[in-house]
Write a protein that binds this ligand. Structure first.
Ligand code: MG
Length: 221
C-alpha cells in the first residue's frame, strides 16, 4: 500500500521534552526548597514515568498522576496545595518547551513528498496543543490525544482511532516516535508502518527501522 501520511509523536520527537524538563526543574526546584542537581532531576524523570504509565493504563486521571508524582517526590500536601505546586512547575516547563532543530527541515521534506502530517501524543489535549502552538506548529495537521480518543499509546486502539479519524487506512500511515514500545511496537500491532527515532542511541539496536535524527527520515519514506 502506498504511504499517505506520517503520524508524529510529540514529546521527544518534535519537542525537546527532556531538556525542557531540566531547564524547568533548574528554575523551579529552588522555589520549593530543593536543589536542582543531577540526581534529583533523574529521580523526577523516574517518578514521572511510573505515574504516567498508570495514567496510560487509564488507572488514574491526568491531574492525579501529577499529584502522585509530587507525593513520591517527597511533597506531602493535600490535593489543592499539590495542584498549586505543580502549576508552578508547569509555568517553567511550558516556557522552556521548544522544538528540536531538525524539525522544520523534516516537516518540509515530508510535506514536499506530498505526504500528510498528523500528531498522536500521550498528553493532555490542552497542554499538547499549547506546546505545538508555541513551537509555531499549530497548523501542522490534526492532533489526537487520549482525551480525544479515550485511550493512550501503547493501546493499538489509539493508533486505529487516530487513523480512522484521519480518514486513512492503517497500512498507508507511518508512525514515528522516540519510544520503541509506545510509538513503534504498538503502531505495528495496529497495522501501521513504524520508524523508531532513537535520538539518544539507546536502542533496541535490532530494530531495522531506526534513525538517530529526523534528518534520516527521508530514507524511510
Ligand atoms: Mg515521545
Amino acid at each position: 500500500m502506498t504511504l499517505t501520511g506520517v503520524l508524529f509523536d510529540l514529546d521527544g520527537t518534535l519537542g525537546d521534552h527532556d531538556s525542557s524538563v531540566t531547564t524547568a526543574l533548574t528554575a523551579w526546584l529552588p522555589t520549593i526548597g530543593m536543589v536542582a542537581d543531577q540526581e534529583t532531576i533523574a529521580r523526577w524523570h523516574q517518578v514521572a514515568e511510573t505515574h504516567l504509565a498508570a495514567w496510560r493504563r487509564r488507572e488514574i486521571d491526568y491531574s492525579e498522576q501529577r499529584r502522585r508524582r509530587l507525593r513520591d517526590f517527597g511533597l506531602a500536601y493535600g490535593k489543592e496545595a499539590l495542584d498549586r505546586i505543580f502549576a508552578g512547575y508547569l509555568v517553567e516547563y511550558e516556557k522552556a518547551y521548544h522544538a528540536y532543530d531538525d524539525v522544520p527541515e523534516a516537516l518540509e521534506m515530508v510535506a514536499g513528498k506530498g505526504l500528510r502530517i498528523a500528531v498522536l501524543t500521550n498528553g493532555s489535549a490542552t497542554q499538547q496543543r499549547g506546546k505545538l502552538a508555541r513551537m509555531g506548529l499549530a497548523d501542522l495537521g490534526p492532533v489526537w490525544t487520549p482525551d480525544d480518543l479515550g485511550m493512550a499509546k501503547p493501546d493499538p486502539g489509539a493508533f486505529r482511532g487516530a487513523v480512522a479519524r484521519w480518514g486513512l487506512r492503517t497500512g498507508e500511515v507511518l508512525s514515528l516516535g522516540d519510544r520503541h514500545d509506545l510509538d513503534v511496537l504498538a503502531a505495528r500491532e495496529a497495522g501501521l508502518r513504524a520508524v523508531h527515532l532513537d535520538r539518544l542511541g539507546i536502542g533496541p539496536v535490532g530494530e531495522p527501522h531506526r534513525i538517530g535524527s529526523l534528518r534520516e527520515l527521508a530514507d524511510h519514506l
